[in-house]
Every structure is written in structure tokens, then in C-alpha cells.
Design a protein around this ligand. Sequence first.
Ligand code: M6R
Length: 609
Amino acid sequence: MCGIVGYVGPRDVVSVLLDGLRRLEYRGYDSAGVAVVDGGRVLGSKRVGKLANLEHVLETNPLHGSAGIGHTRWATHGRPSDQNAHPHLDCDGRIAVIHNGIIENHAGLRAELIAKGHRFASETDTEVVAHLLEEFYKGDLVTAVRETLARVSGAYALGVLCADAPEQLVFARNGASPLIIGLGEGETFVASDIPAILNYTRRELIVQEGEVVVVTRNGAKISTFGGQHIDREITQINWDVGSAEKGGFKHFMLKEIYEQPKVVKDTLVGRITEQGGVNLAELQLSDEHLRGVEKVTMFACGSAFYAAAYGMYLIRQLARLPVELELASEFRYSDPVVDKRTLAVAVSQSGETADTLEAVRVAKAGHATLLAVTNVVGSALARAADATLFMQAGPEIGVAATKTFTAQCVDMALLAIHLARVRGATDEALLLELGRALRDLPALVDQALNADEEVAPVARRIADAKTMLYIGRHVNFPIALEGALKLKEISYIHAEGYAAGEMKHGPIALLDDKVPVVVLATRGPVQEKILSNMAEAKARDSRIIAVANPHDDAAIEHADVVFTVPSTHHLIQPIVNVVPLYLLAYHIADRKGCDVDQPRNLAKTVTVE
Ligand code: M6R
């Protein structure tokens, strides 16, 4: 949460900072600010609200400098306000600090610094860092940063500039707060995430936990907090620049929904043979190792958790392994039973979600083998893992996950088929059939987007609903959960995802003519049961919106509205079914005038617990 940027080089510093912040705004959008060094002074500007407010101020009061830092905030300590916006300054206004994360011991430090005469201007935890730097600064900024880091605890990425160092920035990282350095020709960029620097350079250094980086226009020097030099290999980024742009769509989310066919295709590249065999040669886990696995433990948060839930059904059914599924935020409190015969599967688009990383720590302490399913090469999760299964979704800017969920589900299916084959747990013919269904999936997801025509008018009719239910069974239950989460996140309409069989155990009491029910009613072994649930909801006057296969009269009969999706194997069908649910959430939110790409109170990557 929070986005931070830095730049040293010949370009207009503030323009580069604002460009970076615009691309990081998905990380937090309560307030924004920049600071630059200009002629031996630190100059800054910050404003509560969206970045546009800051841009407006800077248009009338422009700033210029030789180096600068910028920040977009998701408030933790101190409400969104001009005062609490970053950067924060020391008493003399000669040192400026930006921060992503939490300084856990800020209260004690604040009291200590106030007793020494420091004057605080904000309620934030961050400001203690500026005053500690002031205490320790004796002409060498890097030393002052090291001494400050020795006093603070928590998870953070920090950026510092000083009036005395016109072409130097110092950054530090501890814990789950991502930080990357972009290397240009005679210029250097710093950011919390790749899209912020993609327009300028593809060569990046990934800063790891416990590292300090001194940034100049000639590059970056990385060392440990203790001062030991680190040689870091340059990572070449192959993401498409265009994928971080809206490309004519009204919102990033809509564009990302429409990118699903490509993302599915890219995630399958090189992994399916002509006959439908799944080939995960890249998985750094030998067949022998996988045959020795006795249990799979899966954990994740939010949409990634629902993708893991889909994976759970497939792995259980196809690989015939016991699978435990836990919310990452609960995992470490649940005293989990893991050992060296456990395969722990952590699913995270960003690979930086704090709760997921904590769960990773617990799984590793129990000697489980850690498999990471993530979108970001070089993320903390990817680095912690014994093996990685990447999705190929490219940058996702909309705060609500869409294309990355689809890619996660594809990875889940690939993993389940691979485990099943290696362990000889399922008939090869079925595995090949599933592989072929995956191979054909990009075209089917593309066809499912045609449902847009059916979805848009329905969204108009139900945009005033106060609550909605999404129901599904078996592999479609996670899709019901994901559909409901998406609606909640971006339209602020209360929605519940339910296992359809649970309706009679309580939620059916909610139903009347004002509660639309979305039913995942595509063909499969549990379809008859879900059709009964649909009839029960219809009998309570609910408006029924069914996701169904073409010409499936049994499903169509009970529905008021049908979103038609092409048919595939019932175990793969959920990846097609989610498409109209994304469109429905999108159109309802857009109709209500909600901020689709940056919903209130949310941030894309949750790097605090
Ligand atoms: O980066 P991650 O996949 O670990 O993120 C997990 C969740 O924070 C994320 O899926 C969140 O629920 C999104 N807002 C869903 O749209």
C-alpha cells in the first residue's frame, strides 16, 4: 500500500515523479506529494485526495530540481489530510522522507523526539523517520539513514532526500514493501512497482529486505543495513508498455477484462502439448519429490484465495491428495500442521501481500516445500519459494483483480493436471481431455466476452439493488465468491457468494423480489442440484440471473435473464463463467458512477497486516 517513486537525472524531475505516481495510484489514493532538491533547498508540495489535486497545485506553482521523491498514500496512521500526506520533513525542512509500510515503534520514538525538542507536523508514523534522520545527520546522509534504521522496527520501504545532496537519494527496504530501481542512461528511477518505470527503462534491480540503496544518476549501490556491499543482477522486464495504458477503454478494469483471452493464452504458452499433455518443465520440483508429497496446503487472500479454492477442488479430484485451504491472514494463527511432506502453495498476483508472506514464513518454518503462484518475477514471494509457477498476466492496474484471477485459475488447472499425471492418480485420457480444454480456452473466454451485450442492459436494471446473492456448487462455488467480491469492491453493493447447497441453511431468508440472485448454472455433474436451488430462489420472487451454456433449456427455463457462455469441460468451465460476472460488476459500478479503477478504501497490494 502506498506508492513511492524517486528520480535523479536530466529530465524534468517533477514530470517523471508525477508520471510514476499516476501509474502507482492504484496502490493508494488518499493524498499525494513530491519533494525535490533545488539549489541547496528542499522544496515540496502535497495535497489530500487524488493525484489530480497535487497536479493542479503544481501547474500553478511549479517545482524544479535535480533529484526528487514522490508518494501516493493509503492512510494507516493519521487520516487523509494535507498535513499527513508525504513527504514529511525534519524540523529544518532540509530532509524529506517518503514511506510505504508501518513503523511499529513510532509512538515511543515520537515521545522521545518531542522530549528532545523536535516539532511534529503530522499524525503519521513516518514523520519520526525525518526527525531521527535530523538527529543522526552529521553531513553524511547514508550514515544517518543506517543509524535511523537501527532505531525503527516494522515493514517499510523508505525514500530520503537531503538539501545537501543535490543528486543523491537514499532508499531502504525492510519486509513486504516492494522497491525496484530502474537503470537508464545517465538517469536512475525508483518505484514501488514496475509500471511506474516501464516507459523509461526495462533494466531493473530488485531491492530485497534489509537493504539500503544509494541512488545517483549513474545507477544504484546496494548494501545491507550493516553496510556490506551487494552485487545485484539486473532483471530484464519484458512487460508490454501498452498493457499499463488504458488503450481506448473507459477504465483499466474494462481493458483488463478484455485482455483475459490473451492472458490465458500467454499463461498456457509452452505448457500444453499438441495432444493436450501438460508440460510444467519449468517447475523446479522433481517428479520424485512430487510423488513424495502427502498433503497440499494452500493459502492466499481475496481473489487469489478464490483461485486457490478452485485449485483445491481440482487437486483433490485429479491428484487424489488431501488439500487444506486457508486464508493467509488466518493461517499462522491456526497452528497449522505442515512438515517436509507438505506442498505449500501460496497464490498471490503481486507476490507482496503481507499476510501471504507471513503464511509463507510459517509454512517454511514447518519445512514444507513452497510453491509460489504469482505474476511478478522477483517479488518477495517468488524469491522465498522453492519453486514458482508464473502467470503471464502483465501489469494489472485496476485495483479489482480480473485478468490475474483468470490467470491464477489457469495455473491452478495446470498444476492439478501435472500433479495428477506425475502421481498416476487419474486416467491419462481425462488429463489429456482437460489439457485440450485448456488449449481451447482462450477462444472460449473471448466468446464469453460477447455476453457484454446481454450484461449491460441487466446492469442498468439492477444497479439500484441493495444486496445480491451469487450461488454456485463444486468448482463454481469459488466463482460465486469471486463474482460477489467484485461487485462489493467496485459498486459498494452488498453481495454474498454462497455454496448453493447452503441456501436452505439460512440465506434463503434474505430472498424477495428486491434481491437478485446470480446462479452459476452451466452443465456438469451438479447442474441438477443447482437448478433446484434456482427454482427455490425463483419461488421466493427473486430475479434470477443465470450463467448458462447455449441452448440449455433446463437452465434457461427458471431464469429471468441468461448470460450465455460457451461450453467446455465442467472442470474448466469456471474460468469461462467468471467473465460475465466481471462484466456485470463493471457495468453496475460504472452505471452508479463509482470509481471503478480505484474503489474507496482499497489498495491494490496489501503490504500491511
Ligand atoms: O496480490 P495478491 O494476489 O496477493 O492480492 C490478494 C488480494 O489482496 C486481492 O486479490 C484483492 O482481494 C483484490 N482487491 C481483489 O479484487
